[in-house]
Design a protein around this ligand. Structure first.
Ligand code: GAL
Length: 385
């Protein structure tokens, strides 16, 4: 190689390096008060950390391997200003003391199992009743949200990604079978955040994994989400009892406050006196997604916030989605930027199977057997209008 070409290559290499450095600085500024060192500690004898990835269009995602939690998600608004649109805390210590579900992957069974009991292949299992001594919620006293996963940043054909793995031992929280779980968060240059779930077991078990981010498209600290416009691609939902356990009925949304097949503001009917709205203390229900074929990746939901112009679409292979309007938030949780997460200031769109499926043989099965693979994908796609 001649000298001039070599020098040119060197200049190119240095300028590339400078560009990379610049990117890092930009990322630091826009990721606000969340610093990697505040996530580098040891919990349950395992190392926790913070992983940051970004796409070409300024979307930045920060994930901790503690609970496979999304900590920040910076998305540009209609003026090109980046804002963090998910709930989270600034350090691991806050996650340990605070609301453990903010941004977490919930499992082994997301949502509720009535009285924490189920029977599989003729054998009875008793799980923790971690919701007021009544039901199992989101996998038990120490679910996947409280586990330290292994984490690494990887490159995939679709974009940069954070890969997380967890081995949940046989008997973990009372569930049978060693479960090997993998969750990959990928940021694409089409402004998608893809969540890929995979799991295998060595004994028959039940599984229902979900992503529990609280979104506020106006910004995580922007207050009530009631003026977001929501669409849910669901003709039916599963009504609940006073403990938020499905009654077993599958009810059409037609003519109810649950009909989001055309856009409605979240707040429009949230104070209705309909029994189901009252029982849910607002929206806290499982919607059955319209699908021609189960397992297809199809449109599930969208949310639009006029002020910022941010528009989020959700696609999933899961059969259902839990729409929750932050009815239990009371301002006691102080998160990033010192913000108090007040009543209904975030909403969750948790793609999943139906709650309490192990006790409802007519619901889609959540049983996973050795030799089978639990494999699902959910896509959150961002744009502005
Ligand atoms: C949601 C659930 C709510 C509440 C929340 C965690 O998935 O539907 O009822 O338990 O998680 O606070």
């Amino acid at each position: 190689m001649n000298r001039t070409i070599l020098i040119l290559l060197l200049i190119l290499a240095v300028s590339c390096q400078q560009k990379t450095k610049k990117t890092v600085t930009v990322m630091k500024i826009i990721s606000g008060t969340v610093e990697q060192e505040n996530f580098q500690t040891t919990y349950k004898n395992l190392k926790t950390d913070l992983f940051t990835i970004q796409n070409q269009n300024g979307i930045v995602l920060q994930v901790t391997n503690y609970g496979a939690k999304i900590v920040t998600l910076f998305v540009p608004d209609k003026s090109g200003n980046s804002g963090d649109i998910v709930f989270g805390y600034e350090k691991i210590a806050d996650y340990l003391e605070g609301d453990k579900y903010f941004g977490a992957v919930v499992g082994r069974y997301a949502n509720r199992i009535a009285a924490g009991k189920f029977t599989l292949d003729g054998k009875d299992y008793q799980l923790p009743k971690n919701e007021g001594g009544k039901n199992l919620l989101h996998g038990g006293d120490s679910g996947f949200d409280d586990a330290v996963w292994t984490g690494e940043v990887i490159e995939t054909p679709e974009g940069k990604a954070v890969k997380l793995n967890l081995v949940s031992p046989d008997g973990d929280q009372g569930f049978p079978g060693t479960l090997n779980v993998e969750v990959i968060y990928t940021l694409t240059d089409k402004n998608e955040l893809i969540v890929d779930y995979k799991a295998v077991t060595d004994k028959p078990t039940v599984i229902n994994l979900s992503q529990h981010s609280y979104f506020n498209l106006a910004g995580h600290a922007a207050g009530p989400i009631l003026s977001h416009e929501l669409v849910l691609n669901a003709d039916r939902f599963t009504p609940v009892d006073e403990n938020l356990i499905p009654t077993g009925e599958i009810r059409p949304v037609e003519g109810t406050a649950f009909d989001f097949r055309t856009p409605h503001l979240i707040g429009e009917r949230i104070a209705n006196t309909e029994e189901q709205v009252v029982l849910g203390k607002g929206y806290d229900h499982n919607f059955i997604l319209n699908k021609e074929k189960s397992g297809d990746l199809t449109f599930a939901a969208s949310a639009y916030e006029k002020g910022s112009g941010r528009f989020m679409e959700v696609y999933t292979t899961h059969p259902a989605i839990q729409f929750y309007t932050g009815n239990f938030l009371d301002g006691s949780q102080i998160g990033k930027d010192g913000n108090k997460y007040v009543y209904r200031s975030g909403f969750c769109l948790e793609t999943q199977y139906y709650p309490d499926s192990p006790n409802h043989p007519d619901f889609p099965s959540t049983v996973l057997r050795p030799g089978e693979e639990y494999k699902h994908r959910t896509v959150f796609k961002f744009s502005v209008k």
